[in-house]
Design a binder for this molecule. Structure first.
Ligand code: SF4
Length: 294
């Protein structure tokens, strides 16, 4: 159960103008002009904390780390949150600012977006403010991942014919191998985008997931408009597919036909396939791989 705190409730304030944004297109900003007070947020949050909340999620109409009192807010939330977790969803760009970097280190969970690592693709897809340098940003994400003690999630959103090329995926793969992430969520456009761009299909996301290194904790996060592609998988196919990339039961329901699912259940019963829980998600993996580091 997540309680979202919108750090820019009145208008969109963002240092990106992503093609796929579910908010309207808008000029980028590097600082908030419409600022909500810490006092007001904490007062409203206190009224809600007696409800059953697992996680307090800092988010915004735009980029939450542009909120100028972020550090103070996190400290105030820490005083009242007890064992509730804290999470921020950020496009990562302000991580190069030491104040933001250090503030985010204090959170229990951080989700960083990283849609592209090459300058041109990053510029096309995320349309960042001109001062943002992707090379510096990537290096900062790597150092953050090494210092951070909480759960770090990386999110990549794939847009058709932009960052879904072999070249960009290979570059992303190289960078992801250097980032110490708890989980890497790959997804696509689920809601009407700000600009006329298209997402990729679930099947393409699955193919993309196989292009990343086996050791990376990739999770296909986007199934909202997934077209089922239920096909025949022999026992060997199932074991090979899970060997390349562990899958959740939701993935299985989209990929395997009913008879192949029966084959999978048999493999589970025979303990050839096991269920491994990683960051609240259950993945099916060949039992012989259960000891793999990630
Ligand atoms: S970073 Fe988020 S809010 Fe900002 S433009 Fe991109 S999708 Fe929209």
């Amino acid at each position: 159960m997540s309680l979202g705190i919108d750090l820019s409730p009145a208008l969109k304030q963002c240092n990106f103008d992503c093609l796929y944004c579910e908010l309207a297109p808008s000029a980028t900003v590097t600082a908030q002009s419409d600022i909500i007070s810490v006092k007001r947020i904490v007062e409203e949050l206190s009224l809600r904390l007696n409800e059953k909340i697992d996680i307090i999620t800092l988010t915004a109409n735009g980029e939450p780390t542009l909120y100028p009192h972020l550090n103070e807010l996190i400290d105030e939330i820490d005083k009242i949150k007890q064992d509730t977790q804290t999470l921020i969803l950020t496009n990562s760009a302000t991580l190069v600012d030491a104040n933001v970097f250090n503030s985010l280190l204090k959170l229990d969970q951080v989700k960083l977006s990283l849609d592209a690592v090459s300058h041109d693709v990053f510029k096309k897809i995320d349309r960042p403010d001109k001062k943002i340098d992707i090379t510096k940003l990537v290096q900062t994400i790597i150092s953050f991942s090494k210092q951070y003690k909480g759960k770090l999630f990386i999110e990549i959103l794939f847009v058709h014919e932009l960052n879904d090329t072999k070249d960009e995926i290979s570059k992303l793969n190289g960078v992801l191998l250097e980032i110490e992430a708890t989980r890497i969520d790959i997804g696509t456009i689920d809601r009407p985008p700000a600009y006329p761009v298209m997402g990729v299909s679930y099947k393409e996301l699955h193919t993309i997931s196989l292009m990343f290194d086996k050791t990376l904790p990739i999770h296909i996060a986007s199934r909202v408009h997934a077209e089922p592609n239920n096909s025949y998988y022999s026992e060997k196919d199932i074991l090979n597919t899970l060997d390349k990339r562990p899958l959740t039961m939701d993935d299985i329901n989209l990929l395997l036909d009913d008879e192949s699912k029966t084959r999978l259940y048999k493999l589970i019963k025979e303990t050839k396939v096991a269920i491994k829980t990683t960051s609240n998600l259950e993945f099916l993996v060949p039992t012989k791989n259960i000891g793999r580091k990630r």
